[in-house]
Design a protein around this ligand. Sequence first.
Ligand SMILES: [Zn+2]
Length: 130
Amino acid sequence: MSASPVCPGTGVRLVPRTYKVRPVTDADREQYARFERSATERGDADEAEYYRSVIPKWETEVGQEREALVCAVCGRTSLSPTRAGTARRHQRWDSETPSWDRVYELRKEINALNEELDRVLVQLDAQSEA
Ligand SMILES: [Zn+2]
């Protein structure tokens, strides 16, 4: 049984993050060659053609900056957001190596959200007194 915990970012709004397109690895080449073979075996020429085009295209994009919506907690990519823009239930992704930059970034986000929380609470207070 999988012991991977559900990410605490589940239900939290996804955040945009910029990243650099990483270089293609041998494992990537093997994976797409496998996809292409199985599409060919299924007789799906269009799909095989698509898989054949992925690696050459990817190689021209290495190092380019992209923006993606990621889980605010674990940084997981390729989560399709809910209608409210929040992350669906997913297991946490521990690909991120710990760094001080990440600590400062989290601190900044938490402080900003704390200020927002205080502001909303003050507004609610004012409302209930009115
Ligand atoms: Zn997550």
